[in-house]
Design a protein around this ligand. Structure first.
Ligand code: APR
Ligand code: PHB
Length: 390
């Protein structure tokens, strides 16, 4: 098989890149090691920055998003038992976020790719990259036990944190930065109306909690739990009781219990791999970086990486210029690190860190007090939450 761009991974990054390249007339093949059903079944956050909404619209996949997405002008921060609304729109000169589950984004991208008739090879086994620092890189894999090879000009490594693309880069050529947090998020999905019409991030002495949603009928809640916690230890009743303990009274009273349709624990880490390029291999999305979900930046960073990589590939294939590809890693990392900082800051602000000493506890309290006593501090938080410019 032969193509111009081999995309490893059919998550949001790979699918969005495939959609943009296809619309630009650049041939591409997506190789995915899970099944289509598995890809479509993933439960993931979806708080979209305006930049991502605009990019999905440019890709021609924003019709349902426009109909069903929930535009939020503000977000709630709770601490000291009180709920404080952050007026994102007023503080950022009109910017907002849109709540639209990543599952929906993936469904829209999969449907668009099927409509274009572009190839996505699901359930590919033993995917391996070869000659990535040559002008003729290759991808080998097996489909249904049959050995296959895809020759290409460029490989886009969009295969997430646990994928093979980052690992294909020689260790001597890669520098990794990591912070693993001493806790996780226990998340629950329930078909009940949300407790509030905007998200509520809660700092509490028992630990962090978050009230989010997927729609007006489906809610998503999280509570901070110890790093080694097991999801089996938590009944739905125990979850809702703990959630209510951590929320201001008026929010707790508005939480509607119901049987969970999904319940799981996710670890929290900050991670960046530099550079995001080796030869003809370019990393994008979770393959190159991970953020703790506190700032809702994971999906949005995948989108800005794809913006930059798509523009660079267009220059390469259509204008025969290498400038974009040569500048891709530095350009993407400049935005990645700012989002890493914001996600790290939000996580440090709102979670309970059992190992922190008395001084560090006071620093967290002072950070919270300052945030809510300063318009400038709140504006800084707001401009990061809605998304810094691409
Ligand atoms: N070969 C082929 N595909 C692979 C391989 C492999 N060896 N390893 C992983 N994959 C696939 C996964 O099955 C997944 O479908 O690559 C895809 C990676 O998708 P994501 O992990 O969703 O990463 P990305 O597309 O960068 O999107 C980032 O997804 O996980 C969330 O929080 C994250 O919101 C962020 C977004
Ligand atoms: C979610 O709805 O799952 C969600 C929302 C905001 C976050 C993290 C997760 O910061």
């Amino acid at each position: 098989m032969l193509t111009q761009v081999a995309i490893i991974g059919a998550g949001p990054a790979g699918l969005l890149l495939g959609q943009l390249l296809s619309r630009a007339g650049i041939d591409n093949v997506i190789i995915e090691h899970r099944s289509l059903d598995h890809v479509l079944s993933r439960i993931r956050a979806g708080v979209l920055e305006q930049g991502m909404v605009d990019l999905l619209r440019e890709a021609g996949v924003a019709d349902r998003l426009g109909r069903e997405g929930l535009v939020h002008d503000g977000v709630g921060l709770a601490f000291g038992g009180a709920l404080h609304r952050v007026d994102l729109k007023a503080l950022t000169g009109g910017n907002t976020v849109t709540v639209y589950g990543q599952t929906e984004v993936t469904q829209d991208l999969v449907a668009a790719r099927e409509a274009l008739g572009r190839p996505t090879l699901y359930e590919a086994e033993d995917v391996a990259l070869h000659d990535i620092d040559s002008e003729c890189p290759r991808v080998t894999f097996r489909i249904g036990g049959e050995a296959r090879e895809l020759r290409c000009d460029v490989i886009a490594g969009c295969d997430g944190f646990h994928g093979i693309s980052r690992r294909a880069i020689p260790e001597s050529a890669l520098t990794c930065f990591e912070r693993v947090y001493p806790f996780g998020w226990l998340g629950l999905l329930v078909d009940r109306p949300p407790a509030a019409h905007e998200l509520v991030y809660a700092h509490h002495e028992r630990g962090f909690a978050l009230c989010s949603m997927r729609s007006a009928e489906r809610s998503r809640y999280y509570v901070q739990v110890p790093q080694d916690e097991r999801v089996e230890a938590w009944s739905d009743e125990a979850f809702f009781a703990e959630l209510r303990r951590r929320l201001p009274a008026e929010v707790a009273a508005a939480v509607v219990d119901g049987p969970s349709i999904e319940k799981s624990i996710a670890p929290l880490r900050s991670f960046v791999a530099e550079p995001m390029r080796f030869g003809r291999l370019f990393l994008a999305g979770d393959a190159a970086h991970i953020v703790p979900p506190t700032g809702a930046k994971g999906l949005n960073l995948a989108a800005s990486d794809i913006r930059y990589l798509h523009d660079a590939l267009r220059e390469h294939f259509l204008d025969h210029s290498q400038a974009g590809l040569n500048g891709y890693s530095a350009r993407a990392l400049a935005r990645v690190w700012k989002a890493e900082r914001f996600s790290w800051w939000m996580t440090g602000l709102l979670h309970r860190f059992p190992e922190r000493n008395a001084f560090e506890q006071r620093m967290q309290q002072a950070e919270l007090d300052y945030l809510f006593s300063s318009q400038a501090a709140m504006a800084a938080m707001a401009e990061n939450y809605v998304g810094l410019p691409y």
